[in-house]
Design a protein around this ligand. Structure first.
Ligand SMILES: NC(=O)c1ccc[n+]([C@@H]2O[C@H](COP(=O)([O-])OP(=O)(O)OC[C@H]3O[C@@H](n4cnc5c(N)ncnc54)[C@H](O)[C@@H]3O)[C@@H](O)[C@H]2O)c1
Length: 274
């Protein structure tokens, strides 16, 4: 299998949080390469709109309203996927974030216990719940690829988001444990993006904050959701058949720069949101 053969025809892929932001771009990339996409999202309206768009473009798709923090809803998502398509080849554990409708970002000394728990649950527990439910199905077929969503903050914590950074670091560790336990049938990898241009990114940060964060990015710009989606597609596909337990840094060079130990990076990190 070579890159030019990347073809997901006949494969069924679940994308959690697949209706907006990076998840939406991943859903689109998978669909464009021929996969049947299941959009599992809390936002039923957005998920249904995207599935309807895919259907109008000639691809079968399914929208399932799913709260990935709830085991019963995750199991129902798997049940409906199998009932409609009979198999699951790819799981992208994309749903998550540093804040949401029922939890907020916060510094160590001020974050509430509830916000801490929700941050951990939405990012880390959801990855466990979906991976266990889907992993059991993949294990039976002795085939599958799981892509988790970590973050640059897993290795370079930004001040103001200790819970999110810890959750994403745990996802990195979980990814490696999963890769070990699920080999040789199921591959498990993760993406660790830097700042990506989604509606949430601009909503949560003013232009000055963004400028400051970008001043530490050698490529001097945010990533685009489509750039993250292309890597997810590569990891989901058989083209990456010998890659497992890998964390792909995609951040415009920021990890490399921080390892350089530059003081201006540390200053910006201290001034980051929170
Ligand atoms: N945007 C960035 O700069 C960036 C950087 C690094 C990592 N990430 C990670 O990438 C992922 C996507 O981020 P984004 O910026 O595209 O987010 P986003 O807020 O634009 O989209 C998140 C999607 O997930 C859904 N969702 C939220 N909670 C859910 C739940 N409990 N169950 C099911 N669906 C749920 C939302 O409805 C939405 O469709 C997250 O895991 C985030 O932590 C983002």
């Amino acid at each position: 299998m070579r890159l030019k053969d990347l073809d997901m025809e006949g494969k069924v892929a679940i994308v959690t949080g697949g209706s907006q932001g990076i998840g939406r771009a991943i859903s689109v990339a998978l669909r464009t390469s021929g996969a049947t996409v299941v959009i599992a999202d809390l936002d039923e309206e957005a998920a249904t709109a995207l599935a309807t768009q895919f259907a109008a473009e000639g691809s079968e798709a399914l929208a399932v309203r799913t709260d990935v923090t709830r085991a019963d809803q995750v199991n129902e998502m798997v049940r409906r996927t199998l009932a409609q398509f009979g198999r699951i080849d790819v799981l992208v554990n994309n749903a998550g974030g540093a804040s949401g409708s029922n939890f907020r970002i916060g510094r160590l000394l001020s974050i509430s216990e509830t916000d801490w728990d929700m941050t951990m649950t939405v990012n880390l527990k959801s990855t466990f719940l979906c991976s266990q439910a889907v992993g059991r199905v993949m294990w039976e077929r002795q085939s599958g690829s799981i892509v988790n969503m970590a973050s640059i903050t897993a290795s370079i914590p930004w001040a103001g988001m200790p819970a999110y950074s810890a959750a994403k670091a745990a996802i990195v560790s979980l990814t490696r444990s999963m890769a070990l336990e699920l080999a040789p049938y199921i591959r498990v990898n993760a993406l660790a993006p830097g700042l990506v241009e989604t509606p949430r990114t601009s909503r949560n940060r003013g232009p000055e904050q963004l400028d400051q964060l970008l001043s530490n990015v050698p490529m001097q710009r945010m990533g685009q959701p489509e750039e993250i989606a292309d890597i997810a597609l590569y990891l989901a596909s058989d083209v990456s058949g010998w890659i497992t337990g890998n964390i792909v840094d995609c951040n415009g060079g920021q990890v490399w720069m921080s390892r350089d130990g530059r003081p201006e990076f540390r200053d910006a990190a201290r001034a980051a949101p929170g």
